[in-house]
Design a protein around this ligand. Sequence first.
Ligand code: ADP
Ligand code: ZN
Ligand code: ZN
Length: 760
Amino acid sequence: MPKLPGEASHLILRVAIAVPLYRLFDYLAPNEVDANDLAPGIRLEVPFGTGKKIAYLIETSQHSEISLDKLKPIERILDDKPLLSAKDIRLLHWASRYYHHPLGEVFSAAFPASLRKGKTSSLQLPSLAYALTDAGMATPAEQLKRSPKQQQALAHFQRHHPASLSEPELAQWDENWRSAIKALLAKGLLKQIASENLSVSQHTVENALATKLSTNETTFDDTNNLQLNTEQQKAITAVVNSLGKFAVFLLEGVTGSGKTEVYMQIIRSVLERGQQVLVLVPEINLTPQLEERFRQRFSVALALSHSNLTDKQRHSAWLNMQQGISAILLGTRSALFTPLKKPGLIILDEEHDASFKQQEGFRFSARDVAIMRGKLLNIPVLLGSATPSLESLHNANQQRYQHLILSQRAGNALKPRLHLLDIRNKKLQHGLSEALINELRSVLANGEQVLIFLNRRGFAPTLICHGCGWVARCRHCDANMVIHNYENLLRCHHCGREQRLIPNCPACKTGELMALGLGTERVEEALRELFPDKALVRLDRDTTQRKGSLERYLTQINNGEADIILGTQMLAKGHHFPNVTLVAIVDVDSGLFSIDYHATERLAQMITQVSGRAGRAEKPGKVILQTRHPDHTLLNTLIREGYSHFAQIALAERKEAALPPFSYHALLRAQAGNPNLPLAFLQAAATLAKTYKASQTQILGPVPAPMEKRAGLYRYQLLFQSDKRSDLQLCLTELITNIDSITHAKKIRWSLDVDPVDLF
Ligand code: ADP
Ligand code: ZN
Ligand code: ZN
């Protein structure tokens, strides 16, 4: 635009900042910069309040609604070029609109902490690398068991293919790698290698491919000689034929049906095209197994991103993908936005898992955003699960996703058999019936492993007085305190409050206090008494808090050093226990009657997932479910006809009740220390929303949250339901635009959850 004489020549920078405000901020550009050098997406540092903040450039403009003399200049420009592609920036804009979340916070979610804090985006190039010597290859890692770190390092090299690792890769593996590597060098087990001898993983994806081809290796896949079954082959062909364009696939296959094998064969094709793969898993705990399988199979650089890594490790993983140095990224939900220089494929394993949904702040579904990302990047998205979500099955039924099914267990493995065990009027020993105990006894006598599942940690969920009926409640929550016997305390599982386990009833002073209900600690005690000479491993959040403890337990289990494996939902997630031949689900009933319509889907997924741990390989598995509702329709459908059949019936029920995925939900939640404020806020929001012409959006509530008081805050919610997503979105957009006009909006905490996965 031509400048008028006398008009100040000021370029306005409109930026997004990670603050919970639905607006952008205007700043002045430094005089010397040219608008053409400032591409949307670059990071800037700007003065904000009394300090400074990192900002993301959204657009430049000649005009501001704020008068020029009130605008502040930016402090500095951090990037020459945006670190995100134009398409990924479009994705963030879309996500901000779809989830009605402030753009600055959405941008911030796409960057690792280091870059959010303004760290530079230059990546130090690897200078040194290490490789196994002949002695290093020949020495069993166990020989170093007196220095566990060295043992781990040696094993890591031996597993790695090819057996050389650069310093940044070692730093990815473990922050404190240096001393162990030094020791191994001194022992002659490792040697330092010059940079021209670096493994292919030191090069970019394309170079890696070129190196491979020039050495006459035509494939990345050096170890594979499996005979794929027809269904696997069909699934691989379908996805491989879609590389280079957008399509969504739902790969449904029972545990052990060879899904991971299918992923790896498809990944190979993507790598051969010189492209990268983003693999998302729901839990950090699932990355080590997959990491190991990928490393054995592929010789390209693998990056990891999850919350157990340091900021530095995540920083380099992010940049390695962004610059095309790593070919595969394995990560959890937060890795979804990692930029890909050569995007080829997105895989979401265990797509049904609720942890793909972020439950605080920017409440996004990694699955749904991944699909939008695939669409924008024009690449396929592969969703895999043994127990697909009802949403994804619905999309498959509607032909929006291509449904790929693996119905057989790979190899010769047999499917487990499920049995309902009626425990009505049966004598129970800490929750275990006589019939179950006998089954356990005979399996253990055969030297086989049993797995016992109970989805509640602690000793017992309730402490009650036998004299007067007093119950230990949390002062800050609508919840009972859970007894933790080992630590000798009562703990609230909702706010974390703790107190010493009391010897006497505080109400009547004389009554005897009793533990009511079951937790894993209690079942552990019972099992140790029943089977004193058997080794037991308990896996729950309490026993696996220390870093590395879960891995240690899993190794013990796989080495056959555990006879009894007891645990919570941690057991339902992906870990393979090939020697388990009996699975017992102690209590299915607690999942049968919930006010949240998602509960039956979750229960069916959990039962199926836990069952899938039994009887891989050649040993058939047996699954016993203790219940007081042996005639329950859901349980019977699931057990007789399997998860797919259950899911179709559950979908029919959702349709009948006009619940998602046959309608669309959003939940406006509000909380405050004073119950009147959030209630008044939601009432005002409901009134406001009803004035908009989104005729098909129903507004239900406000009602108290299922747990009305939590951590000292009173919680209420307002449900928006519509048959048309566009209607719902219009209504929410209007509401959010005007929400600050509600009197109490600033005194309470509120949040909007689009497509909520639970109603709590
Ligand atoms: P999932 O991911 O569905 O649980 P995996 O891919 O881990 O299944 O496969 C389970 C086991 O079966 C693995 O040990 C895998 O190597 C093996 N496997 C996979 N496909 C085949 C096949 N076509 N033939 C023989 N074994 C297979
Ligand atoms: Zn009492
Ligand atoms: Zn509490």
